[in-house]
Design a protein around this ligand. Structure first.
Ligand code: IVH
Length: 692
């Protein structure tokens, strides 16, 4: 996808565009929040370039097209070699055109490329003197940068001592991983500060801050290695002749963090076609990465090619950034809606001025809870940074405080449940209607009857509404005592539908405990957690007997979740008693309860001796053949019955990925990590007899 250029109509608009772009670039490199998101900035600069191509005589000296980008911050430490920027391409066609121009310069057709992530942070030069980290310098205007050596010791991946006592400069990007960003914002708001808009701003602000009462960690990724004046002559000579991929291997050997041990390591590609394949793979992995990337950097790998291609004043000709669509845009927060979920949680949702992010129009974004709104000081009418990556629900990151006009209004929190008018339990961060799951009874019953829970055929939302409105059902247990004549009296309920529904309800009584538990909708426990709890405790009685300590022994339940699950089980006791009395099954087939005296027993271990014993399995893509009819939840149940563990994300610990049709990023990651792959048919053969 090529980002369309902004259209500039006359010299005045051109001058304004240059001014806007220069200001935005200054904010970007200084770590302030720019009033332009990346996409808007790129479009503006392209518009400027188009206008300049038509009116070369009118080109302004400070145009962002003509100089080292980000030239706004001047520094006092000169760079030994300028820190350049990169030119961008936005499509396969533009990339191919670039490779052709590179081939013309190097005089050869096939150039070896190094392909890696374009890390979304700040460029930094780290000088090592005899193996000791002596100085950290920002890029500044490219010829000189600011000394930020005070940050030494706070940047993970930039060791204070290299494995060898060498003198050289490592260049790379400083950023915050998602976890570091969360932590930084918690610490900052805890000290009364405004939260950072995104990880990039957080890294920039943190790196340049000199006197702070606290330190928060950041992460470094090296992407370049060069000799310094003090470098040993023969090492310097060798470095000048090394391929980029070899330099990166050397950096890693010296103890510097690079992309090598991430899900998207730099790789070597022999042809432009191979590069484009790799670009696709990295793009597919982007949403799952724990750090931000805004593109892919493609470099001529061989030193001879780099030398032959040379550099312009702004960017090298031997490298190019293949930009990915922006995942963040600035838009306005118009309203906040408060929706009550099936468990009674009252969740705020932001209504946005519609904004297109990566091809989709975004109108809503999640806001976590009232405390979070207060912490981030969000107001109605605020310009907000909205983030959307992959299929994840869009979220509001932060207000862009300097765009405030003073017209913004406070966000009003509800005093009563917006659904039923009851009081609100504000005891926890997530507010909840005092009626709990009875507030939104229809949603909670429709969920309980759903395919992955009690699987009651014929009990969709419309029928649930009918039952609730007729007063026949006031909670889940009432379903199991419905009588034939009560159903027959309802509209559109003939004899056949009535008998079918009663049969489906009777069948639901035999569902395993894991599904009954899931149907109850205990907060913080979805399908997979319900299975783990059921497998660990084996019976409803032992779940109810568990205290927080015992609950914590279930894999994935920590010290925060355990007490809330225990409290909720107590709250649900009368309902569970009535379900039991109605004949609903309360045991998990194949599981044995942990002995009361030795509660540490690993009762949630997978079924012993199954064909997938000890395996961690991820399912992705559409299933075919005998597995076609199974939902993802049923696939996961099957894996666990076979002795394996199901998971939704691929990591080094994954042992098998079942990849069906249309499998994308998870298959790519499995290939990348060398995890075993199986087709749905191969998997069906593995679990064989359990499929029946
Ligand atoms: S190589 C001569 N590799 O992107 C410039 N840069 O927009 C060589 N960046 O200034 C840079 N990830 O700060 C290179 N893997 C990577 C990168 C990368 C991020 C940054 C770098 C550069 C900017 C250009």
């Amino acid at each position: 996808m090529t980002t369309p250029a902004a259209v500039i109509v006359d010299a005045a608009a051109y001058a304004q565009a240059v001014e806007d772009a220069v200001r935005a670039a200054a904010a970007y490199y200084e770590g302030g929040t720019s009033s332009l998101d990346d996409d808007t900035y790129d479009r503006l600069v392209r518009g400027i370039a188009d206008w300049e191509a038509e009116h070369p005589e009118g080109t302004l000296p400070d145009s962002p097209t003509g100089k080292v980008a980000g030239g706004a911050v001047e520094g006092d430490v000169p760079h030994t070699v300028p820190m350049l920027s990169l030119d961008n391409v936005f499509s396969a066609e533009e990339f191919t055109a670039w490779t052709a121009s590179l081939a013309r310069r190097t005089g050869r057709e096939a150039t070896r490329f190094s392909v890696g992530p374009k890390l979304d942070g700040l460029a930094i030069a780290a000088r090592y003197s005899e193996g000791r980290l002596s100085r950290l310098i920002t890029r500044g205007d490219g010829t000189a940068g600011e000394d930020v050596s005070h940050a030494i010791g706070t940047v993970v991946g930039l060791p204070e001592r290299l494995h060898e006592p060498v003198t050289l400069e490592v260049r790379g990007e400083v950023l915050m991983t998602s976890a570091q960003f969360e932590h930084a914002n918690e610490v900052r708001t805890g000290h009364g500060g405004q939260p950072f808009a995104n990880p990039r701003n957080a890294a920039a602000g943190t790196l340049r801050a000199r006197e702070r009462a606290y330190t928060v960690p950041m992460t470094f990724f090296g992407y370049g290695l060069l000799p310094l004046p003090g470098t040993d002559g023969s090492l310097a000579e060798r470095m000048r002749e090394m391929a980029h991929s070899d330099l990166m291997a050397l950096a890693a050997d010296l103890g510097v963090h690079t992309s090598a041990r991430t899900a998207v390591p730099d790789t070597v590609a022999e042809t432009p076609e191979e590069v484009l394949l790799r670009v696709k793979e990295i793009a597919a992995l982007r949403a799952e990465l724990p750090f931000g990337i805004d593109g892919i950097v493609v470099k001529a790998d061989l030193a001879a090619d780099r030398e032959a291609a040379g550099s312009g004043s702004r960017a090298p000709r031997w490298a190019i950034a293949y930009k990915l669509p922006a995942v963040e845009k600035i838009t306005r927060l118009l309203e906040v809606e408060w929706n009550v979920g099936r468990t009674g949680i009252i969740a705020p949702r932001g209504v946005l001025e519609p904004v297109v992010i990566d091809g989709s129009t975004i109108t809503y974004a999640t806001l976590h809870n009232p405390a979070d709104i207060t912490r981030r000081d969000l107001r109605l009418g605020d310009h907000v940074m909205v983030h959307r990556a992959g299929d994840v629900i869009p979220r509001i990151e932060a207000p862009v405080a300097h765009l405030r006009t003073g017209e913004e209004q406070p966000i009003v929190f509800p005093a009563q449940c917006p659904r039923c008018g009851s009081d609100i339990d504000t005891g926890e961060e997530r507010w909840r209607c005092a009626q709990g799951r009875n507030c939104h009874l229809v949603a909670s019953l429709a969920y309980a009857a759903g395919r992955d829970q009690l699987d009651i055929e014929g009990l969709g939302t419309t029928r649930v509404v009918q039952l609730v409105e007729a007063g026949l059902v006031t909670d889940l247990a009432d379903l199991f005592t419905l009588r034939r004549e009560q159903l027959l009296a309802l509209e559109r309920m003939g004899e056949t539908s009535t008998d079918n529904l009663l049969a489906a309800i009777a069948k639901a009584k035999e569902q395993p405990l894991s599904r009954v538990l899931c149907a109850l909708g205990v907060r913080g426990t979805g399908r997979s957690m319900s299975r783990r709890i059921a497998r660990h405790f084996a019976t409803m009685d032992s779940i109810r007997a568990a205290d927080a300590d015992a609950m914590q022994r279930v894999d994935g339940i920590g010290s925060e979740k355990a007490p809330s699950i225990v409290a909720e089980m107590a709250e649900l006791a009368p309902l569970i008693d009535r379900l039991t009395a109605a004949g609903v099954n309360m045991t998990e087939p194949g599981a044995t309860p942990p002995p009361a005296a030795d509660a540490a027993s690993d009762g949630d271990g997978p079924a012993a001796g199954g064909p997938l014993q000890g395996m961690a399995v991820v399912v992705t893509g559409a299933m075919t053949g005998v597995l076609e009819k199974l939902s993802r939840n049923e696939m996961n149940e099957l894996i666990e019955r076979a002795g394996g563990r199901s998971s939704s994300s691929v990591s080094r610990r994954t042992t098998l990925v079942v990849a069906g049709e249309g499998a994308g990023s998870k298959r790519a990651k499995a290939e990348q990590l060398g995890v075993r792959l199986a087709t749905p048919e191969e998997f069906a053969a593995m679990v064989g007899e359990l499929l029946g």
